[in-house]
Design a protein around this ligand. Structure first.
Ligand code: TXA
Ligand code: MG
Length: 324
């Protein structure tokens, strides 16, 4: 069983114990505003190897390196003017920037999967304070078994990885609830590599230019083999449901009159007021709760693709993708 430390009750103990565990090269469960991370010293190859092993994650998938602030980030990566503007506007916060790595950065190639770029994020709150105290970047993917639903509470981390790690810091529920938005600036153009907890429209407003999307995810669904299953609960996932049957759990978005609701195994409303930020914060917890009913399928009602809806729909499409 992993030790839990409540960061609100015992902030200094949390920093001291976490710094000691990280210095030993062991990963810890770390709360951030997006999701809980499985964090380890990004300069220590043994520590990074333990992240991949603990998650069962393929090593060709690079990790995000977390910094305490922009000044620290500039020691490890080279900022173009647009990336710097975005960092100044949105850090600390749910934005990851992919940037050229400084050759002498000290970040181990295992963390970047050998790329000459690095994904950097400055998280809000306690995680930033811990990094400032530890004074090294922390590589941290979401704290869940690879392919499963991301963890948004210390209990989620414990249920999934508690047997495999020694320390989980507890800051309650993650307020954003979906992973960071990932942006890469190339030749003065911004590319959206992953929709996430910062709405694309916010980024476009600050940069004064459009974010280029990858090919639409709907196109990927037409070629299902191309789309890795991810964020997968035990149950199957059905999207844009307009009804629900008795062996299903329903997760709806402010749509109260879905036929069959009275017989469903569970009915959970992501946001009664139709607020997409609230929906994002509830998403992964509700998926776990719906899954725990033993439902054969989790049915989701339609969620608009605007604001944080873009990130929610991205995660739901992956959850619904064919499994291996
Ligand atoms: O909110 C978050 O981003 C959470 C919390 C813990 O900070 N972290 C997270 O990390 O979601 P992870 O490892 O699950 O997502 C990392 C993704 C990779 O799948 C990859 O797509 C992208 O970030 N990435 C990282 N480094 C990259 C690079 N150098 N070039 C392109 N993509 C990169
Ligand atoms: Mg993840």
């Amino acid at each position: 069983m992993a030790r839990h430390i409540d960061i609100l009750e015992h902030p200094q103990t949390a920093i001291d114990v976490a710094s000691g565990t990280l210095a030993e090269g062991l990963p810890i469960g770390l709360p951030t505003e997006t999701v809980y991370g499985l964090a380890a010293d990004a300069t220590n190859p043994a520590a990074i190897t333990r992240i991949y092993e603990t998650k069962g994650r393929p090593r060709f998938n690079p990790l995000i390196c977390h910094m305490s602030d922009l000044a620290m980030a500039e020691r490890y990566a080279v900022f173009d003017p647009i990336s710097r503007k975005l960092a100044e506007a949105f850090w600390p916060g749910p934005l990851t920037l992919v940037l050229p790595l400084r050759p002498d950065s000290g970040i181990h190639p295992l963390a970047t999967a050998g790329l000459d770029t690095v994904g950097i994020r400055v998280p809000q709150g306690f995680a930033g304070e811990l990094i400032r105290a530890f004074d090294r970047p922390l590589a941290a993917p979401s704290a869940n078994t690879s392919g499963k639903i991301s963890a948004t509470s210390a209990d989620h981390v414990d249920d999934d990885l508690g047997e495999r790690i020694t320390l989980i810091l507890d800051a309650g529920a993650s307020v954003v609830g979906v992973e960071s938005t990932i942006v890469k600036v190339e030749n003065g153009e911004m590319r959206l590599l992953r929709p996430g907890g910062l709405a694309a429209s916010e980024i476009e407003r600050v940069a004064g230019k459009p974010l280029k999307r990858k090919k639409k995810a709907s196109a990927a669904i037409e070629a299902p083999g191309m789309m890795a299953s991810h964020y997968a609960p035990g149950a199957a996932v059905r999207l844009d449901a307009t009804d629900v049957s008795a062996n299903e759990a329903l997760i709806r978005f402010g749509t109260p009159d879905i036929p069959g609701s009275e017989n469903a195994l569970a009915v959970l409303d992501l946001s009664a007021s139709g607020d997409l930020s609230e929906a994002a914060a509830n998403l992964f917890d509700f998926m776990k709760r719906a899954d725990a009913t033993g439902a054969a399928t989790i049915a989701f009602s339609h969620i608009p693709d605007e604001g944080l809806g873009e990130a929610i729909n991205d995660r739901l499409r992956r959850a619904a993708a064919p499994r291996e």
